[in-house]
Design a protein around this ligand. Sequence first.
Ligand SMILES: Cc1ncc(COP(=O)(O)O)c(C=O)c1O
Length: 396
Amino acid sequence: MFKPASRIENVRYAIRNIVAEAQKVAATGKEILYLNVGDPLKFDFKTPPHLVEAVHRAMVDGHNGYAPSAGIPEAGRAIAAEAEKKGMHGVGPDDVVVTTGASEAIELVLTALLEPGESVLLPSPNYPLYDAVVAKIGARSIPYYLDEARGWSLDLAEIEAKVGPDTRAIVVGSPNNPTGGWYDKDVLSGLLDIARRKKLVVLSDEIYDRLTYDKPHVSLGSLATDVPVISFNGLSKAYLACGWRIGWMIFCNPRLTPELRRAVQRLADARLCSPTPAQYAVAPALEGPQDHIPEMMKRLRVRRDLTVRRLNSIPGLSCVEPAGAFYAMARLQIPGVVDDEAWVVDLVRRTGVLFVHGSGFGQRPGTQHFRVVFLPPPEVLDRAFDLVEQYVRARR
Ligand SMILES: Cc1ncc(COP(=O)(O)O)c(C=O)c1O
């Protein structure tokens, strides 16, 4: 009777969809070990106190009304200054739009850019929001496959071959969710070359830029002055405040995209603003003490190493060492296992360990994976991998 729009059929978000299965298991009294969601606040990481104070002070000082659609000027200035420090070209405060998480930035840009039926190149695997938004607006995604054998790097020749006449943009994530992959300057410059020749906008997801283990992040917007790059970032991950819903987009080389910038502004105006008090934490985050980040990375490195070691010691499982973020994409090569979603569901039913299936992120056809979030403390990770190991060995 009240049928929803058919395009919503294709909107999927595996990271939360799988939780429904875990809740059924939890209702039977079984303990669930949640290794499925990239929220550091669920574990032993805390929002830096000076950011909490900044938001509290904003509320006490009466900043509880609507903010400008593109964000408060203090935030825009701090984000633009930070962009300049990272070498991003041509960025001023007007080239920044503060959004309700990086999620909304991604949604606004894709909506402003793509006509129904037009296409965008997306990595596979990839963070599933991109596919969900593309489906919602009736556009088309073209996957380009990340190469597990080369540390989940990308193949420039494949990308170039896949650009079609209706392709408008290419999305790149470094460090990447779900693979933990990271790209060097040469790879990113090659990608910009393709964008330059094929007239594509580059959408660069940099939400994990500060969370690399050995090599510093390279910002795409710093590598060219003649290619439009829109960078996404926010307070969720490195500043440990994902519930505040503060993200942003930065238009690098903005003189190349004035109409797109205006289209984003129209969409931003129509949704009013992102949460006002939390915007007051942006400048203190970017300009204030950063010592929680190396501290976080120290802990994450131990958890990453443990995860890689444990996964690679279980027969039928393997895992490439992540270079950034807090995810590992583990390969499943167990005879008879042809559906990673069914495997993940059976695993949570029998052991209580919850992962997200690789097919929820996209993957090279014929391969099976699952994504591990290694945010929990080592003892929890060890307990989870003990259970996984017993489960796998019992089924061989
Ligand atoms: C690659 C990537 N982009 C964007 C987001 C969304 O971040 P936010 O909380 O800022 O909306 C996430 C969240 O996990 C992510 O992994």
